[in-house]
Design a protein around this ligand. Sequence first.
Ligand code: LLP
Length: 406
Amino acid sequence: MADLASIRTPYYRYDLDLLKETVDFASAEANRYGYTIHYAIKANHDPVIAGIIRDRGLGADCVSGNEVQRSLELGFPAQGIVFAGVGKTDEEISLALEKDIFCLNCESVEELQVIDEIAARSGKIARIALRVNPSVEAGTHRNITTGLDENKFGISMPHLKSALNICSTSENLDFTGLHFHIGSQISSLEPYRNLCERVNAIWHEYDIEGYGGYVLNLGGGYGIDYNNPEGNPVPDFRSFFSLFSENLRLPVGTEVHFELGRSLVGQCGRIVTKVLYTKQGIGRKFVITDAGMTELMRPSLYQAVHAIKNISSSGEPETYDVVGPVCESTDVFARDTELPVTKRGDMLEILSCGAYAESMTLNFNLREKAGKVYISGNTVINGKQYHEDDETALISGNGHGYLHKV
Ligand code: LLP
């Protein structure tokens, strides 16, 4: 059996069984109401992870031409792909039209005019959803709120009418409906209840059905439990989807779509990192790991807190600052956190790193890209099937270690 200790750290460790359980639960709960889920591939575009999600019939939510391209390459059907983003380039718009994706989630009147022109020029009809900025507070960190007036996202309410008029008069635009996304890591259902009320009001006041609107895309944002990931590994999708079914008042036949990222993949990933030094500072002790903000930016960008475990020690608890090696003072995973007494060579796990960790890596300081390991009872990696007794399960190359079943 390949030896976990021989894999170069840091690496991402993905639990594919937990991923499958999570996606299956989300799908089953969404199916109760006939809702459609698109996977927000920005959360993690790893091909094995995205492949598992694709196999379960979800669509893809993209925010760049490369994400559209990647989703297509991974086998997501074009008809299940939606494409949002405030700054789509002409090339990205052309790609979306050429590939005939389900729709472009358009974020401004100005963008709508450009899509109209490009569609006319290329003899295509562009399917459009208008992304509305609904001024709904998401109750999350300011840096990951998207549905307020101060945010760059979506068409603000005073401009919705003119956007609808452009859609209805243009021969090159096919209006499908409205799109909303109010923020990320939303841990209470209250903001979604408020969103439903706003959507109900907008749908009726603007007669969205009268414009041919039949799709309501409510975006994503459902949070995960960063405080207790092992106690609560699968989000409560039952409460989530039932809230919408109870609160939406839409014409019969309206399709309801979601774009979930973090809630599907967040808990299936961890970063495994080695302690390089424990250093005594003034009034504090630092644990210095070989992973840094280059592998997980969330703490330095949003003061995010990820649970950390020392899997090598069961000593008495001590208080540490856990920091990375990167040349930035914000390269800190946790301040004043308790770990069992920790020493050089110990292995730590940083939990809840399945979403917005690997997909946001930096190569600042010319750091190498971390490797990854997939854990599952029955795994295929890079097209090769691995068995529990497979001696060659560890492959090394480009600094990546792949290991099946430890
Ligand atoms: N749809 C749209 C239009 C989005 O902008 C996003 C996320 C999603 C769906 C998926 O949201 P989720 O279900 O994953 O919350 N890097 C930040 C999160 C940024 C989210 C950006 N947009 C973090 O690490 O917390």
